[in-house]
Write a protein that binds this ligand. Sequence first.
Ligand SMILES: [Mg+2]
Length: 341
Amino acid sequence: MFHVEHQVAKCDLITPRFVINPTTRQHLNCMASAWEALEGLSVDDTCGEALSYQHCRARDFESPSTLTPGALRYTDDTAMALGILECLSLFKTIKQDALAWVFAKNFKSDPDRGYGKMTPRTLTQLSEAGSWRTISASAFGTGSFGNGSAMRGGPLGAYFSQDLGQLCAAATASAQVTNFHLEARAGAIAVAIATAEAVNCRHLPRDEACASIWQSVIKWTPEGMTLSALKLAHTFQSGSTADEVARAVGCGHEIFCPDTVPFAIWNTCRSIHDFTEALLSTIEVGGDCDTNAAIVCGIVAAYGTDAGIIRALACCARKSPCHRTETMTPLAQTTNCPSRN
Ligand SMILES: [Mg+2]
């Protein structure tokens, strides 16, 4: 954000004809915040994917920086979050027709990003000029409540952090394009609100910031299974372990919002001050490792934790072509972790 303001001020001094109006200046600052959240999201998405089959030994990597660029590969979480930023950069809001087109375009050009089972079908239908409303609402009969709506909520929350009401409307709109169910809307809102409050509470100590995050998440998340699980997760003290909470509320084995978002929010608040701990403790419990990690570190980055590491890894992840985790050593050569189920 400072960088943007600095550049604007410098530009004003040298070439007064190019003064940026306040609306554009605010948009640029909001985009800068959204990019910070995206960088955290993409790093943890990438690391979560790389370590998912050896999640119980995630701590054998002493630092995320030990992952080699050739082993890093972002997944659908980052791909769809990039779609959110594409839409925001063009329209400064979520236009559902445009977002559906962007998601479909990005999927068609780069389909091998680990999209879930239903999403490729939905995005393929969208690319054939179908109505997103009809296609999304009919998925699974009642609309999907998969965690795809939540995993892309971080950058959205960072962009609209100054207006939580507007953010909820945007989160709902962004969810509905592919995940029409009310629980998908709840998951998107919860993650977006948590990220927005992380931005707003950057100047506050960890405990105060997390209290504000929890308060707003529970206030703004609509009634349903996701909110019930969020309230249950909130009853666990900060001294509890990630594994205890994952066992109580799930950690994405079902890839639904209700069994993904509550653990992610809880573990974010437990380790929001420590990027590496947030990353490794999230991956370590298993479940939907890349999505859990993407949600957690999108929020951690929005709070401003360890931006240097995040930027370095995000740069590697974006430059990296598709690689399978078999290229990794030494964990890829070990036996896979047992499933929690
Ligand atoms: Mg993924």
